[in-house]
Write a protein that binds this ligand. Structure first.
Ligand SMILES: [Fe+2]
Length: 347
């Protein structure tokens, strides 16, 4: 490749004049923005142990009343990108949120899309556009862009969930903002959207030609887990046991930019994932094991989270020879596909 001229090789007075006029020469930066053959990135494979996060989150519960926090969240920040950026990967924000019995996290709506994946506790709920959605361990709850949502807790003990948002992307677009409103009134029966889409292959007849963007808002973990176990019985050992969460009407990803899936590892199984262009975040719903991303290896246990950069070479091993392990995965593959840049590359 041609060796391009550096900024230091240009007369300082010329550069100063350019900069005064809000101009820059491209050629000294061209290789940084368009590297040859392989992309470069600042994010690094990072792992958060729930055993480290949990006590600090409980401490936040003592230090900060919900009224002073609105959302009581510790954000999982990728050190390669800078902690102040609040990014697990360049496009994915991930936080651990705590709500205590009797608390309300007030009603709001915003331009970023969000999901909640329940980590521990019982009795929490999220109300989305007047629909009250129970939150039990492992449940996936959607709070799509522009829809009013609030959280509450009617049980005992702490409730913790994982938040994942496309916030970094919407913030980059300078389009990130929220509106606030009083707590919502019920508009439908609790959990109505999930009840209307109870079984794959069956949709309410009046939805047959519907293109509702977010028809189902809660995906109960007990159903996902059972579906993974059933799929395992129908899947040869040379194939992974992997289910995607989708919009049951369109068959597409359930939110615009982020994709969600559940992966089961058979006892003792080691999986080499495709080397995908998207970045991803792995959350342990159940089990123990190890993940290697490029040259970095993490050991994981229940409720841990790992952030894996785009184009990573990822190998995952279930540490138990007796029990399956279950992972919830967030990625930005839907965004890549919409932009027509998604790819799977050679290892
Ligand atoms: Fe929100």
């Amino acid at each position: 490749m041609t060796q391009l001229q550096t900024a230091a090789e240009l007369p300082p007075a010329y550069l100063a004049t350019l900069n005064q006029l809000n101009l820059n020469p491209l050629w000294p930066s061209l290789r940084a923005f368009l590297p040859e053959g392989e992309p470069t990135g600042a994010s690094v494979a990072t792992h958060w142990r729930y055993n480290d996060v949990r006590p600090l989150l409980m401490q936040a519960g003592e230090l900060t009343p919900i009224e002073k926090a609105e959302r009581r969240v510790l954000v999982l920040c990728n050190p390669g990108l800078g902690l102040e950026k609040l990014q697990a990967t360049p496009s994915i924000y991930v936080g651990m949120q705590l709500i205590l019995p009797g608390e309300d996290a007030p009603n709001h709506r915003h331009t970023p899309s969000a999901i909640r994946l329940v980590v521990e506790g019982s009795g929490g709920y999220t109300t989305v556009e007047g629909e009250k959605l129970p939150m039990e361990h492992g449940d996936l709850i959607l709070t799509p862009p522009g829809l009013w949502h609030e959280h509450g807790h009617e049980g005992d003990g702490p409730v913790v969930w994982l938040d994942a948002l496309d916030l970094p992307l919407i913030y980059l677009l300078e389009h990130s903002f929220a509106d606030a409103a009083p707590l919502q009134q019920a508009k439908t029966a609790p959990d109505a959207s999930e009840t209307r889409f109870t079984r794959a292959g069956l949709v309410p007849y009046d939805e047959l030609d519907s293109s509702a963007p977010y028809p189902m808002r809660r995906y109960p973990w007990k159903d996902t887990r059972n579906a993974l176990l059933a799929l395992a019985g129908q899947t040869g050992r040379d194939k992974p046991i992997h289910l995607a969460y989708i919009n049951p009407l369109s068959g597409e990803a359930c939110l615009p930019f982020l994709g969600f899936s559940a992966l089961m590892l058979r006892p003792g199984e080691t999986l080499r994932l495709p080397r995908r262009s998207c970045s991803q975040v792995l959350h342990v719903v159940e089990g123990t094991g190890t993940t290697t991303a490029n040259d970095t290896t993490f050991s994981w246990a229940d409720a841990d989270v790992s952030a894996l950069p785009a184009h990573s070479r990822v190998t995952i091993t279930n540490g138990s020879s007796k029990k399956p392990a279950f992972l919830f995965i967030v990625d930005d593959a839907p965004l890549h596909k919409k932009l027509r840049i998604y790819m799977e590359r050679e290892w």
